[in-house]
Design a protein around this ligand. Structure first.
Ligand code: ZN
Ligand code: ZN
Length: 409
């Protein structure tokens, strides 16, 4: 089994963080915790596990945070125990090549995407469910950080991996591999939209357009055609694509967002001292898909009283944010992580299944989003390209040909 990992080796992590101040090449040096390993194929540890051969796997923003060690040690998630080794790559599509004797839902040859981590109650095979899992919110499982036998399981950035069958979702034949790798980010975007579903006539702002932002615009368009969607893009080419995804108005991050918000929504703009500005009125809902102090501070000020900001962007640092709009204008601040179950047209459905349905129907169009492909051996170039929006104009970068050598064997 070939697999790309990050070892949670504190001396290596600290050394790499220091060396990276001199050169970003440190993230890929021998001293880095990131390594491409060849390990013996692990046996299936339990009868309900399967082995999957990867076909294509997208690089997620959260992978980049891990690879470039972009986290502080004093934030909440870091307080939880973590595994000694992280197997990278979750936005994969592959095919089952071995199924344990207790697996009924998959057989070799079935195409699958990975639902997520293998640490919730169902994936652990527990007879009961914690309160979060009982409500269907498996990503929020209360047992997620309890000790677990640590198998070498592999991930999407490799040729094969093993996992409990309950962590996989079948891919309909009509959904191509190139679409299927967007199932997970689309499930994330759908969950984010459901945190605050727009009503007819409402004004929304999607702040930041990468893969999740482009998918979120399409999701919002699908669930509420009679709303007005604005978006903030960093580059003009992103603005064009945001419009093609269904945004009514797009402005660039370098533009005056206060003036843009006032013009779009009729909000009143006030100037305080030293460039301190505030709006009364504003967007009904803002999705902050970037999630850094500047965007979150702006989002809270650009939202009308009792409007809602949904924090979608992942940031593993303490943030210096002006929270006063939360009490002064009673702005709701909500978060969104991972995927969920939602009710849609009278049906309780996993956002994974809804994502696959909308990929198949064409409500979610992903072809313009897959901009680059690399073999796994070129992983350094792939990660650098994924970071480089300006020159490379990357949106989703994916690894291909993952199991080429083993497929011939
Ligand atoms: Zn992802
Ligand atoms: Zn649970």
């Amino acid at each position: 089994m070939q697999t790309l990992v990050i070892d949670m080796d504190i001396p290596r992590i600290v050394l790499t963080q220091l060396l990276s101040r001199i050169s970003p090449a440190a993230f890929f040096a021998r001293s880095s915790p990131l390594r491409l390993l060849t390990l013996p194929d692990p046996p299936l540890p339990r009868p309900d596990w399967v082995r999957v051969r990867n076909r294509l796997c997208g690089i997620c923003g959260s992978d980049l945070h891990q690879i470039f060690l972009d986290a502080s040690l004093d934030v909440a998630p870091v307080a939880l125990p973590s595994h000694r080794r992280i197997y990278l790559g979750h936005e994969m599509v592959g095919e089952v090549i071995e199924a344990g004797p207790a697996v009924t839902q998959f057989k070799p040859g079935d195409r699958v995407v990975r639902w997520g981590r293998a640490d919730d109650c169902a994936a652990r095979g527990l007879p009961d469910r914690c309160p979060a899992c009982a409500r269907g919110h498996r990503v929020l499982c209360e047992r997620a950080s309890e000790p677990r036998e640590h198998h070498p399981i592999g991930g999407g950035f490799g040729d094969t991996f093993i996992t409990p069958a309950s962590t996989l979702v079948p891919v309909p034949p009509a959904v191509r591999d190139e679409q299927a790798i967007f199932t997970e980010p689309a499930a994330v975007a759908i969950h984010a939209a459901w945190r605050c579903l727009p009503q007819a006539g409402q004004q929304m702002l999607v702040l930041g357009v990468g893969t999740i932002g482009f998918l979120l615009i399409q999701v919002l368009r699908a669930v509420q055609p009679a709303s007005v969607i604005s978006a903030v893009a960093e580059f003009p080419w992103q603005a064009d694509l945001a419009r093609a995804c269904g945004a009514d108005h797009v402005f660039l991050a370098q533009a005056d967002g206060y003036a843009e918000t006032a013009a779009r929504t009729g909000a009143r703009l006030y100037h305080g001292r030293a460039g301190n500005r505030m709006l009364l009125g504003g967007f009904d809902i803002i999705f902050d898909v970037v999630g850094i102090p500047a965007t979150l501070t702006n989002a809270l000020r650009w939202t009308r009283a009792r409007g809602t900001v949904v924090l979608v962007g992942v940031n593993l640092h303490r943030m210096n944010v002006d929270l006063t709009p939360v009490w002064y204008q009673e702005v709701n601040l909500l978060g969104a992580v991972g995927h969920d179950i939602v009710s849609w047209q009278g049906e309780e459905i996993s956002t994974f299944d809804l994502a696959l349905r909308w990929l198949q129907s064409g409500d979610l169009r992903t072809d313009p989003l897959l901009t680059h492909r690399f073999p796994l051996s070129a992983y350094r170039q792939a990660f650098a390209t994924a970071l480089d929006k300006r020159q490379a104009r990357s949106i989703k970068v994916a690894f291909e040909g993952l199991a080429a050598s083993t497929a011939e064997a």
